[in-house]
Design a binder for this molecule. Sequence first.
Ligand code: NAP
Length: 299
Amino acid sequence: MIILITGGAGFLGGSLASILSLQIKTIITYSTSPVNQNGHFILLHLDITDKKKVEDLFCRYRPDVIIHTAAIANAAICENNKQYACSVNVCGVENIAIAAEKVNARLIYISTDNVFSGNKKFYAEEDGAEPSCFYGRTKLDGENIVISVCSDYCIARISLVYGISANLSKCFAEKIMIDLMNNKEVELFIDEYRSPIYLNNLCDILMELALCKEFQGLYHICGSKRVSRYEFGLKMAEIFHFSNELIVPISISEVDFRYYRPADCSMINLKVSKLLKTRIWSLDEGLLHMKVLSEEYDQ
Ligand SMILES: NC(=O)c1ccc[n+]([C@@H]2O[C@H](COP(=O)([O-])OP(=O)(O)OC[C@H]3O[C@@H](n4cnc5c(N)ncnc54)[C@H](OP(=O)(O)O)[C@@H]3O)[C@@H](O)[C@H]2O)c1
């Protein structure tokens, strides 16, 4: 069994690589950023926009499963450079899907809660995706390509991920943690809702999805709690024993983003929970684990 993970220098790809490579023969690919972590994986360069290189690499290494995390995951970058976003998030996915099919590999495509408009709450798989931001549009196009090209696939629509990165990339929760540690105030939205999922728990879930062919089609992989970013910050302050006075409530309307941010992309995880052996952790459990890991790295 060989698993290939794209986006190995990224926040999710890096953690997946360090967790999966302990148990399975793992290949990770990177693009421009250096991979600054050690592991038992094979490390290869791959620009997913290069169709021929993707095909050549897949034919040479013949992975059984591909977990495709590589993307332009920053909504502002997607909005400001639509062509670039499409080349990676749409054409790149097409290259991966076609090459995966060619070598009969199973494809796990990482998508996002940003495929929803954000005007509702607790989105389920059967709710129609209607992206209101360009990033979400490109990721939904990617989903549709996977559906039309692949015969063995799983689309994991994930929510906001928090945890300690295995490499240099930093998630929003780590940035909050660092600011609070330095006694700096953090402004967080009271009106942007998500169902955050803990990074290590997500990696275990994705491994189960990768290895178990019973999972076919679309799944929402998210935490069970719907919280605003502000509520998330307050919970972090409580668990990490920081002063909650450093968490400053603000509204999305107070910031000029120049692009639309979907307000409520909270999802429900009922469909996947019924099949998973891995338990989805609560927000308290995830943050407590994150605190323990952050203390280990401090020492
Ligand atoms: N993090 C979240 O909260 C979250 C939430 C929902 C969905 N997602 C989805 O989860 C996936 C991983 O997100 P992330 O947070 O780990 O993002 P990330 O840290 O930005 O990692 C994305 C990776 O994609 C790589 N990449 C970009 N262009 C590439 C190209 N042309 N060829 C090959 N690799 C390329 C980047 O490599 P370089 O740096 O070398 O360019 C980077 O390592 C994405 O698909 C994202 O849409 C993430």
